[in-house]
Design a protein. Structure first.
Length: 302
């Protein structure tokens, strides 16, 4: 949480610790005074800076639920573990009563299952929750524990330890909102957190990545530069089963648009103002593997 777990590990066990997050925490400078502690801004789903076989142990405490591409990050963790390395994960689950992480503002369970996100977010903003906090913590991936276990199986993990934290369902509340809560198994609604220790099973000391996708350069159907409002079709060729595609649009270093996954391998795009743009496409197959490709810079003139 903000780097405190990394600091405690470095102090208590006197081991080399690298703390990572996709955002830089304002407390890192204060916490990172230990010689055996280093903090880095890293998104393993997009850019893995660590060599294969770097770490003895990877620890994730109440963070994995916020990862948008959990299968891809698990793949990257296998790469950077030493042959006898382990992964510890303690994570919240989307269908639990507390998954929205807003229980200090909304005083009843399952608001994220009962109401549209925009309704919940608007209520929170009107009651003292900052947009920054919502952006960082409200999103929770929708995996069930059964789906996590399928991921562990696909990546050939052995589960060395498993503990499930359950909360008894309030049957009166459930019956009141059964029209919506009844869409989910009660076993999922009662499961708040899971805790596992994972060890990649022996593969000869070498990580063998599933080669389900082969991609080519993302390309535009019109050369750069172009005038504003010109429609440009971006497309990518990929090979795999039941592929889906998502798109990020960047102006300079700022992401200004997101198109979520669909079966369409092209995106018709036009800029409303001059500038230098790039498009990143994510390709996902039916195993959950994800690759991404960033286009060359595309110039729009006024």
């Amino acid at each position: 949480m903000g780097g405190y777990t990394s600091r405690r590990l470095a102090e208590q066990y006197e081991c080399e610790v690298t703390g990572t997050d996709i955002y830089e925490s304002p407390v890192w400078n204060e916490l990172g005074k230990e010689k055996n502690l280093n903090y880095m801004v890293v998104d393993l789903s997009e850019n893995n800076p660590f060599p294969q076989g770097t770490f003895d142990l990877i620890i994730s405490y109440v963070a994995w639920e916020h990862i948008r591409h959990p299968f891809k990050v698990l793949q990257e963790c296998v790469k950077i573990l030493k042959p006898e390395g382990k992964i510890y994960i303690y994570a919240n689950l989307y269908r639990s009563a507390m998954a929205s992480h807003i229980y200090r503002t909304v005083y009843f369970p399952y608001p994220h299952l009962l109401f549209p996100d925009e309704v919940v977010v608007d209520y929170c903003l009107k009651n003292g929750v900052t947009q920054e906090w919502i952006d960082a913590f409200y999103y929770v991936n929708k995996l069930t524990y059964s789906e996590y276990k399928e991921y562990f199986k696909l990546l050939n993990f052995e589960i060395l330890h498993e503990k499930l934290a359950k909360r008894k369902l309030d049957l009166e509340f459930y019956e009141r909102f059964e029209e919506k809560l009844g869409l989910y198994p009660i076993s999922d609604l009662e499961l708040d957190f899971f805790e596992v220790i994972l060890k990649p099973q022996d593969n000869g000391g070498e990580f063998k990545e599933r080669q389900a996708l082969v991609s080519y350069k993302i390309k535009a159907d019109k050369p750069s530069p172009q005038n504003i409002h010109t429609v440009v079709r971006w497309s990518i060729e990929a090979f795999g089963a039941d592929l889906e595609y998502a798109w990020y649009i960047y102006k300079g270093a700022e992401r200004i648009g997101t198109i979520w996954y669909s079966k369409q391998n092209y995106y018709d795009w036009s800029a409303t103002e001059a500038g230098t743009y790039q498009i990143r496409v994510f390709v996902r197959d039916n195993w959950g593997n994800i690759i991404s490709e960033l286009s060359e810079e595309f110039v729009i003139i006024g």
